[in-house]
Design a protein around this ligand. Structure first.
Ligand code: PEP
Ligand code: MN
Length: 345
């Protein structure tokens, strides 16, 4: 339920409403707004008696049921897109955001050179995994904390924000010391212990869609993080498993538009994991801009053929520079329409 108070409701009036909600056994999740206070309530089952009782209170303007099973991440809860700020950059606002860097942090030279290059070519965030989820236990597992330290060095040298993956709830606090955005990989989208812990993390989270997860499951996982206290969630479409074998995954590009319809959370597209092939990354990136993603997360490596993970889908430096140049006019159009949408919101 969303309870919208009348303008300039007093503290005592708000408290009385909260008390009435609690009498019905429901939990107040959030109280937002200054002039007009909006109270978010999780109420499962038939909430009609509670809604009617609240609407009868003189200080209440409207009490509305949220029918989606994901409440706080739904467009019903917030009709305008949320902006999430990380390292001073607004995601979901009027800046198209690019996150770029290697699949894995491998060495100081590799990460610093990449950071400097992508920063010069328009990226706002450096990506790079220090804790890597690998299908084979014999593959490179990441540099772990040493990798986080290299990411910090790259941030100090370039000013780029850092996005890096968290695989376990045990690592959330450690990684939050180094990262501006915590990336949750496709394989952990339904690691509920991790999602709950992220609810109390003081960093934005980018949640990637699971390999075989529906859009609804992605939104339910986002709801876990928000319901546990962290409203700063970014969604990421990174391709799903289908019968198609020409590409590593099948990019559900429509999911970007669907997510924008169903949720107010920002949506980022990952054209690298979605395709598995660097030749396809620029075309899919253009599609991402055109369909209204809020940003891209792209793998870039100084020497893709020597990469310790995901080399085949990583762009070389010249390829990344070329792609960013080509995206320029599309991003300008994106910005025009975004500025207009924000002005009428
Ligand atoms: C990654 O970003 O390198 C990664 C492992 O992605 P995903 O979780 O989408 O497979
Ligand atoms: Mn990767």
């Amino acid at each position: 339920m969303i309870i919208s108070m009348k303008l300039h409701a007093t503290r005592a009036e708000i408290d009385a409403v909260v008390e009435r909600i609690q009498e019905f056994g429901y939990k107040v999740h959030s109280i937002e707004g200054e002039e007009r206070v909006v109270i978010g309530v999780v109420g499962l089952g038939d909430v009609t008696p509670c809604l009617e009782s609240l609407e009868a209170m003189p200080q209440v303007d409207k009490a509305v049921r949220i029918s989606a099973p994901y409440k706080f991440v739904s467009r019903e809860f917030r009709s305008t897109k949320s902006q999430i700020v990380a390292n001073g950059v607004e995601i979901g606002g009027d800046t198209f955001v690019t996150m770029a860097g290697p699949c894995s942090v491998e060495s100081e030279r590799q990460i610093i050179d990449t950071a400097q290059f992508v920063a010069r070519h328009g990226a706002q965030f450096l990506r790079g995994g220090a804790f890597k989820p690998r299908t084979s236990p014999y593959d490179f597992q990441g540099l772990e904390e040493a990798g986080l330290k290299l990411l910090r060095k790259a941030k100090d040298e370039t000013g780029l924000g850092i996005i890096t993956e968290v695989m376990s709830d045990r690592d959330v606090d450690l990684i939050a010391e180094y990262a501006d955005i915590l990336q949750i990989g496709a394989r952990n989208m339904q690691n509920f212990a991790l999602l709950k812990t992220l609810g109390r993390a003081n960093r934005p989270v980018m949640l990637k869609r699971g390999l075989s997860s529906t859009i609804k499951e992605l939104l339910m996982s986002a709801e876990y993080i928000v319901a546990h206290g962290n409203p700063n969630v970014i969604l990421c479409e990174r391709g799903i498993r289908t019968f198609e074998t020409e590409t590593r995954n099948t990019c559900d590009i429509t999911a970007v538009a669907v997510l924008n319809e169903l949720s107010h959370l920002p949506v980022v597209l990952d054209p690298s994991h979605a395709t598995g092939r660097r030749s396809l990354v620029p075309a899919l990136s253009r599609a991402g801009v055109a369909i209204g993603a809020d940003g891209l997360i792209v793998e870039v490596h100084p020497c893709p053929e020597k990469a310790m993970s995901d080399g085949a889908q990583s762009l070389s430096f010249p390829q990344f520079a070329g792609m960013m140049d080509d995206l320029g006019p599309y991003i300008n159009l994106w910005k025009e329409s975004r500025v207009a949408a924000l002005a009428t919101a």
